[in-house]
Design a protein around this ligand. Structure first.
Ligand code: ACM
Ligand code: ZN
Length: 783
């Protein structure tokens, strides 16, 4: 790492006993901290300072367009009025932007030279020049990304020589606007952020079971009906882009060298369209089709037995394809259940007439027909790796998501491949910290380092097939992105790690250096854009384990301690007086001893001074809550079940239609299982009451995904309004050995796309000293 000239000059100033010269060097030269790490980079001596008089000189028309783009950008934060001019003459003290088609680099390659005399950025193409300028921006102080003028800043650029080009041509990010809709402005902001890190593809997932998001003039119901879903709480969720808005976004992206690849899903994941036009499915009159308000996979899919279905697909593509200049179009192909096709006379006739072996081949037939439709427009097809099943369409590109096997197989068959395996950390809808305290996510664990370390070329690919790997993509599915803030939290910084994984040569990748560049530079730039990026939270480990099981309410009887860890190295600050932590608060260095009841507030601190969300951890000194004696305990909990459409436990207050019963386990408190639709069942809520047997005196942590848990007569865990996918709000209590009164409440509903009927009704416990949760078993329950 470059030693800043600042410290050197300060030393000189002190040595000379003068402060006069020190004034001119009070601004440090920014360090060279570019992401993605350039292929070749040599740091020089000294720096160049951008001023209001720095000429911005473009050589050639294409370079001038790019120079104007960056002049606007620089003027916004510097407050200068730089004007890009066109000239081929030599300029001292200028920033020169050039395009040189003979540059011996790939088409996205560039060179960047900064010395004390000026800056020259040369792209092999306009795209290369754009990337050279993005690297230049990253050499300037992070405030260069400010949306408003930053006064009294010295805009120094450290001397450097860079020769750079990407390792892979496809550097992608999937955006799912079907589950979580983004406004036009939000999409543009995301494109800005992607392009800062040289991501060049945005895979735009536009049609789904949970909503159709693109205007199709010939089929108005796709947006009047298909773009809206009624959520579990009765609210309407929706949104779509008009064709004009699509054009606007495509142009915006193209100005930033991001190619948008639209995904129009078929033959599965089509309920947005089917709800609008039920004749698209095999059995149009079997039930009322609605845009799906549950996550998961719809069983009713397009019917490839009917010619009218293909006419619909053709009509849609006729309107969609002219909107997108991309050479590639994604037609989905994943997760298409074949159950309806098996019993549909039209599908079966098609199988027979076309000499297909089975429903897998019918899927392949459907994809091939879509491919022909694309080919008419000169477009190439991308599909998820299921398109391998039943035979791969000629020249199709495979997006490998179920691990790498599909990608390996396709590449070995001579097809192009884009790697997006969840197993490789590229499903960035997965958790990146402790599920007890992170916003609810679909599952799994994809920390930053895992994304960073992903190598798009699996060892199992034959060396002569490796060129078929076009690159990789991070997929941000949006089921559990309930706000755009959470969307950013999941995307950043993991998308930035992906950017380096696909740009920087494998042998130059260095996670520690990346982390450093992220903390010192990229995060500060994201701050200027007010991006809600993920900062690892202080977590509590399970005793004797590295795994976390954070707990915001810790009961103790004598003394206890607080141990904290983070999912990657980061400073932790804390307070013990109830005040909010700041950058100046005490640093956590070792377990904190606790003797009295208190609230400890903890946060992670970045080098920039920014703090993570604050966690308040309550320590409550208690005496063991006494057990009760049961003269003749009867197994199980007494239950009361009410049929009704409830959303919260508080709605049960006036209910009278209770039916009594017994649940031998807490799992039985969930009265039914839903596999696909809520109309499979009658909705119910269940209250289970009785006693739980505590094995020995101790402080016990309880964890449940039920709506509420009462313990010894008090509301103990309250999950009201939570998505019941993971246990939230764990809590502990000091309990004497023996029977304690409990009550559990199950509310049968759908919250945030997740039916409470999907997961087992879980109640787990552990002694605070223990490193493992156990399930509450039948022998622990009585009434
Ligand atoms: C996918 O995640 N279903 C492609
Ligand atoms: Zn059919």
């Amino acid at each position: 790492m470059r030693k800043s000239l600042f410290s050197l000059m300060c030393l000189l100033a002190l040595a000379c006993g003068t402060t006069a010269t020190a004034l001119t060097v009070t601004v440090p030269i920014p360090r060279v901290n570019i992401i993605p790490q350039p292929k070749e980079l040599v740091e020089g001596k000294g720096s160049f300072t951008l001023t209001a008089r720095t000429p911005l000189v473009a050589q050639g028309d294409s370079a001038l367009t790019i120079a104007r783009f960056f002049a606007d950008k620089l003027n916004t934060s510097t407050g200068f009025a730089l004007q890009a001019t066109s000239s081929t003459a030599a300029h001292r003290g200028a920033i020169v932007l050039r395009i040189d088609p003979k540059l011996p680099l790939g088409i996205e390659g560039y060179t960047l030279e900064v010395n004390t005399q000026g800056v020259t950025v040369t792209g092999r193409t306009g795209q290369g020049l754009y990337y050279g300028m993005q690297s230049l921006l990253q050499l300037l102080p992070p405030a260069i990304e400010s949306p408003t003028k930053v006064a009294s800043m010295t805009w120094r650029i450290p001397a450097v020589k860079i020769k750079d080009e990407p390792a892979f041509g496809y550097r992608g990010a999937l955006v799912d606007v079907c589950r979580h809709f983004l406004t036009v402005e939000e999409v543009k902001k995301h494109i800005d952020l992607l392009s800062m890190f040289k991501i060049n593809r945005m895979h735009w997932h536009l049609t789904e079971d949970q909503g159709w998001r693109i205007e199709i003039k010939k089929y108005p119901r796709l947006t009047t009906v298909g773009s809206k879903r009624i959520e579990g709480d009765g609210s309407v969720y929706g949104g779509f882009y008009t064709q004009d808005q699509i054009r606007e976004i495509v142009k915006y992206a193209s100005d930033r060298f991001v190619t948008i690849i639209p995904e129009i899903e078929l033959p599965g994941h089509g309920m947005g369209a089917i709800a609008s036009y039920p004749e698209l499915t095999c059995f149009p009159y079997r039930r009322v089709y609605k845009v799906r308000n549950l996550w998961g996979v719809e069983q009713d899919v397009y019917c490839p037995g009917k010619e009218t279905t293909f006419q619909f697909i053709q009509d849609v593509l006729d309107e969609v394809l002219p909107l997108f200049p991309s050479e590639y179009v994604h037609i989905g192909g994943d997760e298409c259940p074949k159950i309806r096709w098996k019993e549909c006379p039209d599908c079966q006739r098609r199988i027979k007439e076309e000499g297909l072996k089975n429903e897998e081949e019918l899927q392949s037939y459907t994809i091939r027909r879509a491919q022909k439709m694309l080919a008419k427009y000169g477009k190439k097809l991308i599909g998820w790796d299921e398109i391998l099943e039943g035979g791969l369409a000629p020249s199709a590109t495979v997006m490998s998501w179920r691990g790498e096997d599909g990608g390996i197989q396709a590449a070995n068959m001579g097809h192009d491949v884009i790697m997006t395996p969840g197993s490789g950390g590229l499903y960035i809808d997965h958790y990146q910290g402790d599920s007890k305290i992170e916003p609810v996510a679909i599952c799994c664990y994809a920390p930053l380092e895992k994304v960073y370390n992903y190598n798009p070329i699996p060892a199992a690919i034959a060396p002569d097939k490796r060129h078929h790997i076009m690159g990789a993509q991070a997929n941000l599915w949006a089921e559990y992105l309930y706000t755009t803030d959470i969307m950013q939290y999941r995307a950043f910084p993991r998308v930035i790690a992906l950017a380096e994984a696909v740009w920087t040569p494998q042998e130059k990748k260095d996670y520690k250096s990346f982390e450093h560049r992220l903390l010192d530079n990229a995060y500060r730039r994201l701050d200027q854009h007010k991006v809600n990026y993920h900062i690892p939270l202080p977590e509590q480990p399970l005793p004797g384990s590295k795994a976390s099981a954070s707990l915001n309410f810790v009961a103790f009887t004598d003394t206890t301690s607080l141990t904290l860890q983070t999912s990657r190295p980061i400073t932790i600050v804390y307070t013990t007086d109830g005040s909010e932590p700041t950058a100046k608060s005490a640093r956590y260095t070792a377990p904190i001893q606790i003797r009295e009841s208190q609230v400890i507030k903890v946060a992670s601190l970045l080098p920039s001074g920014r703090l993570s969300r604050v966690r308040a951890i309550t320590f409550d000194k208690q005496s063991y809550s006494p057990a009760v004696t049961l003269s003749s305990p009867t197994p199980g909990l007494c239950t009361q079940t009410s049929i009704g459409d409830y959303y919260r436990a508080s709605e049960l207050a006036g209910v009278t239609n209770w039916v009594e019963g017994v649940a031998l386990t807490t799992q039985e408190l969930r009265p039914d299982r839903v596999s696909n639709h809520m109309d499979e069942i009658q909705r119910k809520s269940v209250v289970g009451e009785g006693y739980i047997k505590i094995p020995e005196d101790g402080c016990y942590v309880f964890s449940t995904n039920l709506d509420q848990m009462y313990l010894d007569g008090e509301l103990f865990i309250d999950n009201t309004d939570e998505v019941s996918k993971f246990s939230r709000h764990d809590k502990s209590r000091a309990l004497s050995a023996g029977w304690h009164k409990v009550k559990f409440i199950f509310i049968g509903t759908v919250r945030g796309g997740f039916p409470t009927y999907w997961d087992d009704a879980k109640v787990e416990y552990r002694n605070l000293k223990d490193g493992k949760f156990s399930t509450v078993t039948a022998d622990m329950l009585a009434h």
